[in-house]
Each structure stands twice: as structure tokens, then as C-alpha cells.
Ligand binder design. Structure first.
Ligand code: BV8
Ligand code: ZN
Length: 246
């Protein structure tokens, strides 16, 4: 049911909180979402841009797309929603874990540390061929010039997870371990600013509920998987997260 304004989640010392965020929490920082109004994918066929086939087919086009998004992300500032999550982490310590689908780096810039970036990092660069260390590098791409690895000459790529690519199993294990560890606590699962369209992230609510978690969704519009949450609060995360996490 839709509850506005939401009650506080009462983050007391018996509570463990797992949060999943999506592009909606960065919308108020000026970053376009993927599927909402004015979404990023509206104009661009994302399978051509956010997939290994797309990259292999036209690496310069894909690099131009990511390079523009890097510039926009670097100009953006974290908003009240990001800050409320940092506050909640400070209060709950290891009873808090933030899993984000966002690649924009704003949670890290806001100060989140107990953070798992399951779709990778826009501001990171890695080699598409060898397993050389990922580098936080936004200068790799020069207009029209696809950067090459100085170790194996393979093409460098943004350190994000593309469609059709596996998520890092260590990330999904860390979520499982968190839910397992706090099984006997008052376990809360809060999703914010996500349309619930992309898997396996969209299935986390079910994983949490099976572990007995109370499930909450904060979203500007009804999300694809809203029916799977016990509590739905419609509204902007920049307003609702500070209230819920107070
Ligand atoms: C995988 C990084 C195993 C790149 C992203 C067929 C072939 C291949 C795969 C599949 C297939 N069918 C299904 C799949 C699985 C696929 C998938 O889920 N596809 C979907 C589209 C059906 N998933 C995968 O491929 C994943 N890997 O499954 O591997 C496998 C392998 C082979 C074959 C099968 C399975 C990999 C998924 C990761 C893809 N990478 N990003 C990049 O960003 O460029 S996903 C991309 O979407 C972003 O990471 C983004 O975070 C993510 C999810 O979107 P949201 O964050 O939810 O954003 P969205 O715009 O959708 O929603 C925003 C919401 O916020 C809206 O509801 C809006 O109302 C709301 N909002 C707006 N403003 C506010 C707000 N809310 C609150 N306040 C506001 N102010
Ligand atoms: Zn290499």
C-alpha cells in the first residue's frame, strides 16, 4: 500500500538494513534515469551501447556514450537521499549494507563505505581482454581514439557490467552472507529509485523476503516489481529517504 509521508523505519539496535538503490536516487542530482521520463535509453538502443556485442561492433561509439556519461556524473553532486543513506550506515555500522545498481559513483562520493556496486563503476576502466587491475580513470578515452591496454594491446572498456554479462559472484555472496548473519535480527529490505526491470538485482526483494525481511519500496512511480513489496512509498527519494531513515 502507498504510505505518505512514511513512518520512520525506527533503525534501533536490533535492526539490520539492506538497501538496494537504482538510478532514481541520482535523479535529483541531475543524472538521467534509464527508463523513467527523459530516460537515458529513450533515445539510444541500449543493446547497442551496454553490451559486449555493441562494444565489439562499434567501440568508439560506446566509448563516446560512456565518456559523455562520465562528464555528467563528475559534474553531479550527491543529494539528500545519498546523505541519508550515509547517516544510516554511520548509525547501524555492520548492520547496514548498501547494494547499488548505479554506476555513477555518487554513493561513494557521498561517503558510503559499506557499499557494493553490482553493476560496476562508470568512472573505472579495465581491459576487455586481460585481467589487469581496473583503474579509476576517466581520461582513457580521447575523441575517436579507443584506448588500448599497455600490457596486452586489448581494447580498454568502462568497468561496468553490460547486459548479458555475469555480475561478480563475490557481490551476490556478500549480500547472502549479510542476510544470513542478521537472520535473527529485525531485518529490513529497502529498495529506492529502481524500476525493478533489471535482473538479478530485481530479484533481491524475494531473496530478502525469504530470509524474513520486512520489505519497503521508495519510488517516484509504481515499479515493475512493486507488488512484491509489503510497503510502497511513492515519492522522491531525496525527500522520503531522510524521513524513513530518521
Ligand atoms: C545477467 C551498467 C546472466 C551499464 C546495467 C536476454 C539476454 C541477456 C540477458 C538477459 C536477457 N533477458 C534478461 C536478461 C537478464 C538481463 C536483464 O535483466 N535484462 C532486462 C532489461 C530484462 N540482465 C543481465 O544481463 C545481467 N546479467 O543476467 O547475467 C545472464 C547472462 C546471459 C544471458 C542471461 C543471463 C546484467 C545486468 C546489468 C546491466 N547493466 N548498467 C550502464 O549503466 O551503462 S543495468 C542499468 O539498469 C543500470 O545499471 C541501472 O541501474 C539498471 C536498472 O535500472 P534502474 O536503476 O532501476 O533505473 P530505471 O531508470 O530503470 O528506474 C529508475 C526508477 O526511479 C524509475 O522507476 C523512476 O520512476 C524512479 N525515479 C525517478 N526519479 C526518482 C525516482 N524514484 C525516487 N525518487 C526520484 N527522484
Ligand atoms: Zn590487457
Amino acid at each position: 500500500m502507498t504510505e505518505t509521508p512514511p513512518p520512520s523505519l525506527q533503525l534501533d539496535d536490533r535492526t539490520a538494513l539492506l538497501v538496494l538503490t537504482g538510478a532514481g536516487v541520482s535523479a535529483e542530482s541531475g543524472l538521467p534515469t534509464y527508463r523513467g521520463t527523459g530516460g537515458l535509453w529513450r533515445s539510444l538502443p541500449f543493446e547497442r551501447l551496454a553490451s559486449p556485442e555493441g562494444f565489439a561492433g562499434d567501440p568508439a561509439l560506446v566509448w563516446r556514450f560512456y565518456s559523455e556519461r562520465r562528464e555528467t556524473a563528475l559534474r553531479a553532486e550527491p543529494n539528500a537521499g545519498h546523505r541519508a543513506l550515509v547517516e544510516a550506515e554511520r548509525r547501524l555500522g555492520d548492520r547496514f549494507l548498501l547494494v547499488t545498481q548505479n554506476v555513477d559513483g555518487l554513493h561513494r562520493r557521498a561517503g558510503s563505505e559499506r557499499l557494493i556496486e553490482i553493476h560496476g563503476r562508470l568512472l573505472g576502466t579495465r581491459c576487455s581482454r586481460c585481467d589487469r587491475e581496473e583503474v579509476p580513470d576517466t581520461t582513457a578515452y580521447r575523441e575517436g581514439h579507443v584506448p588500448r591496454c599497455d600490457r596486452c594491446r586489448g581494447m580498454l572498456r568502462p568497468a561496468v557490467v553490460w547486459f548479458g554479462e555475469q555480475l561478480d559472484p563475490e557481490h551476490l555472496d556478500a549480500v547472502d552472507r549479510f542476510l544470513e548473519r542478521w537472520r535473527a535480527a529485525r531485518l529490513l529490505f529497502l529498495a529506492a529509485g529502481t524500476s525493478g526491470a533489471v535482473w538479478p538485482a530485481a530479484g533481491l526483494v524475494d531473496v530478502a523476503r525469504r530470509r524474513g525481511a520486512e520489505t519497503w519500496l521508495v519510488n517516484a512511480e509504481p515499479a515493475d516489481n512493486a507488488g512484491r513489496f509489503e510497503h510502497v512509498c511513492e515519492g522522491r527519494s531525496g525527500t522520503l529517504l531522510p524521513l524513513l531513515l530518521a
